[in-house]
Each structure stands twice: as C-alpha cells, then as structure tokens.
Design a protein around this ligand. Structure first.
Ligand code: AGP
Length: 364
C-alpha cells in the first residue's frame, strides 16, 4: 500500500508525528465518566467471566511483544491479576500448560504475524480464551480471536512500528482500567487514570515539539558503535523497545537491561565509547535509578537520561511531561523514537525499509 507522506520525508517521520491524533482515536468513545471506567465494545467478556480470570498471558513478537510487556504491568498493577508477556514465537514451541482460568491476549499490528497466529490457533484448539489487541481490522489474528480491542493507530507503512506501539500500550491501559474496575481498582483510581489518559495527546504533542533538540543529540550519539539502554520495572520495556528501534534502523548495536541488573554483568561494558540511555521517571524508584546513573558515571560512561527533570549525573537529559506513574512509559518511549530516527538519518540509512526486515513476518 502507498499512502500520502503528507509533506514528511519518510513514513516513519509521518507516523511518529501522528501520535497525538492516533492516541485520541484509540480513546474516543471508550471512556465512561459516570462509572470511571472504560467500555470496550468488542471484548466479548462479561463481568462475571472477567472476575474468574486467574492469570493473563500476553503473546506477541518484536515491538508488539514489548507493548505486551508494558500491558502486562498495567493489567497486573490495576486489575491485580498476575500477568506476563512472552514472545509468541517461543510460547508456541514450548508446550506450555494451557489453563482454562488464564486469559490469553495476542498482540499484533498487522494481525498477520505467523508466529502469533500459530500460537492463537494452538490455544484455541486447546479450548483457551484468546483476545486480540490488533491494529488491522479484520486481519487473521483479529478473526481468530474470541474478541478484543482494536488499536486504531491507522495504517502504518514504515517497517518499524512507532505510532502503533504507542497506541497498543494505550489500548492495554484501557483494558487494564476496564478489568480493574470490575475487580479491585477504586473509583478514584479509575478516575485518576482516565484523567491521565486524556492528557496524553497534548503531552505527546509537547514532546514532538522538542524534536530539534533530540536531533542535535542524535548527531552526537550516531558516532557510537554500541549503546546500552536501561530502565527499571515500568521503564525496562521502554528501554527494550528503544534499543530495538535503534538497532533496526541505524544498525548500531544496542543492549537493553533492567537497571537493577547492571551490577550483575553488563557494567563491565561501560566505558566512554559505550553510552547509556537511561529511563528515569519521577516515581518511587527514582532514587534507585539515580544510583544506577552514579555507577555508570563512576566508570566514565556517557549518559542520556529521559526523565521528568534534569538529572545531574547525566550528560544530557530529555525532559518529558509527567503523567500518572502508570502511564509514564507511554510518553517516555516517544523521544527515543525520534532519537533512533535522527541517528539513522545522520548515518544515511534507508529508514522506511531497513535491511533484512519485513513489515510483517507471515512465514515461519
Ligand atoms: C517493529 O519495529 C518490527 N518491524 C517488528 O518487531 C514487529 O513488531 C513484529 O514483527 C511484529 O509484527 P506485528 O505487530 O505486525 O505482529
């Protein structure tokens, strides 16, 4: 498919720039202020069934898997249901125990990724309940699932996913509020998250307006041969996704680690030639994250922090607007899409069609 680039040089840039409207779309018509909850028309899960769920297992590949990791955190945090995410490509080959009280959720932009589809078919054959969190309406995974949430990111052409990642995480936040309000999420917490969700489009726009500054940083970091990305708990999947984005389009080697794991090995890599991008939200883990920055600085590592205020241990800080702690990962990923983009541009890469990759992997 070919769509108008709307004045942008690449689809990736167009798609990054569209995120405020895209998030507005995934929220539209789904918020219920009267009961401080969220309605999801296609879910096909009544409240009694929702109360019976004992676990949530989220399956996807690549960027969609990373969105699923954040989604698992949102569901576990708000609905208090144990939740985790796993690459669908691994799950389908390990003869996993399929449990009738587990809700399985398949995540996919295209809705056609073979590993995800095969996992869904195997689960359905074993009698599991499977929902889809999918972008492309009527795609194979959407049709195979028992119900689900459409992500409404609109068409995504660039091989690497940006706006669909963001919208998928917002879709998970909606699902988490929905499940949470049927279970243990209070009215006031439901209201707090809903208000946070409504702030996202304007905050995303504010981040996008900082593009020129990020472009300058990218010129500097484009010289690196290798980069480290770190985050903790909610910030870790953000680090994973940012490192994937960078390697996919710039071909710079990048590693992502939980900040807490640095001292268990990867700290050995830290030196001036290995810069670190650190996710440092103003939440209950701020002090812990700052301690990791100190460890890196003590080894002469360069640090680029994504934070809610300047970090003195960092060489550079990209300051993003604060939302509710639960929703901060959505915003913190966005400047790092721009960082990957401008790094790849500085290196002269073919951004919309990175080497060796396809938009959707519909074969084994
Ligand atoms: C995204 O940047 C990648 N192209 C890739 O990891 C992708 O997310 C993965 O192949 C899954 O695709 P899907 O979301 O269409 O299922």
């Amino acid at each position: 498919a070919s769509y108008d680039m709307g004045g942008h040089d690449t689809y990736m840039h167009k798609e990054i720039s569209e995120q405020a409207e895209a998030v507005d779309r995934v929220l539209r018509g789904r918020i219920d202020d009267r009961f401080s909850t969220v309605h999801l028309g296609g879910l096909n899960l009544d409240p009694r069934e929702a109360r019976g769920i004992r676990r949530v297992k989220i399956l996807g590949c690549g960027t969609s898997y990373h969105a699923g990791l954040i989604g698992a955190g949102l569901i576990e945090g708000m609905a208090r249901i144990p939740a985790d995410a796993e690459p669908a490509s691994e799950f389908r080959y390990r003869n996993a125990v399929v449990d009738p009280d587990t809700l399985y959720i398949a995540v996919s932009q295209s809705g056609e990724t073979y590993d995800v589809l095969a996992a869904v078919q195997e689960l359905k054959r074993k009698g599991a309940r499977v929902l889809g969190v999918v972008n492309v309406v009527g795609s194979a995974i959407a049709r195979e699932a028992d119900g689900g949430v459409y992500v409404h990111a609109g068409p995504e052409v660039c091989v690497v996913s940006t706006k669909c990642f963001t919208n998928t995480v917002v879709a998970f936040a909606l699902l988490a509020v929905h499940l949470g309000r049927i279970r243990d999420l209070s009215v006031t917490d439901g209201k707090r998250i809903i208000e946070g969700l409504r702030k996202l489009p304007a905050q995303i726009q504010e981040i996008l307006e900082g593009e020129e500054d990020i472009k300058k940083l990218a010129a500097e970091y484009a010289e690196a041969k290798s980069m480290m990305f770190i985050g903790r708990v909610r910030g870790y999947p953000v680090a994973l996704e940012a490192s994937l984005k960078l390697k996919e389009i710039s071909y710079i080697h990048a590693e992502a680690y939980p900040a807490s794991e640095l001292k268990h090995g990867p700290l050995a890599l830290i030196e001036p030639a290995m810069p670190t991008v650190a996710i440092v939200p103003d939440d209950d883990l701020l002090d812990k994250n700052r301690a990791a920055l100190e460890e890196i600085k003590a080894r002469s590592g360069r640090i680029l922090a994504v934070a809610h205020r300047e970090q003195e241990k960092a060489d550079h800080t990209i300051v993003v607007p604060k939302n509710e702690d639960e929703l901060d990962p959505i915003l913190m990923g966005i400047p790092l899409q721009l960082l990957a983009y401008h790094t790849a541009l500085a290196l002269g890469r073919d951004i919309d069609k990175p080497r060796n990759l396809a938009k959707s992997v519909t074969v084994e």
